[in-house]
Design a protein around this ligand. Structure first.
Ligand SMILES: [Zn+2]
Length: 151
């Protein structure tokens, strides 16, 4: 007896670079606590008012920069939010340290901005944006399993 899970991946899996379609409840996009772990070199952790918790590494956040230049660059490369650039294969492997900000600051009450060590700082990461790109298992699972098959 075999249990076969037949899974049909939807072909038209559209990219939502700036998905503004559905609006999230206010408590889902209001941070209760924001931890920017610069000295640890880890990343950002946010506890949301609705009880959800999100965490991103700095490397991921750098590749998820929401500024127009980076969004365009990702689009041209066909990269998803947070996906690093493909390393050139022919070139000798060079060590590139993972992205890290020198500092970070709040932008009004709605966003955070990073001053990356590579000199970039144009991206304004709104709470809304960050919540939408939450990398927790629950959220990434929900994003991929948009078409659930009821048994
Ligand atoms: Zn950028």
């Amino acid at each position: 007896m075999s249990h076969e899970g037949i899974r049909i991946a939807p072909k038209e899996h559209e990219e939502h670079e700036s998905e503004q379609a559905r609006s999230l409840p206010r408590i889902a996009v209001t941070p209760e606590k924001v931890r920017v772990l610069i000295s640890e070199g880890k990343g950002v952790e946010i506890d949301w008012v609705d009880g959800h918790r999100s965490a991103w590494s700095f490397a991921w956040l750098r590749e998820a920069c929401p500024c127009a230049t980076c969004v365009e660059e990702r689009k041209l490369d066909g990269r998803k939010i947070g996906q690093p650039k493909a390393k050139p294969t022919a070139v000798l492997p060079m060590y590139t340290p993972p992205a890290k900000p020198a500092s970070a600051q709040a932008v009004g009450r709605y966003a955070i901005q990073f001053n990356w060590l590579d000199g970039h700082s144009g991206g304004i990461y709104s709470w809304d944006y960050l919540r939408r790109v939450c990398q927790c298992r629950e959220c990434t699972f929900a994003a991929e399993e948009t078409t659930g098959t009821p048994n």
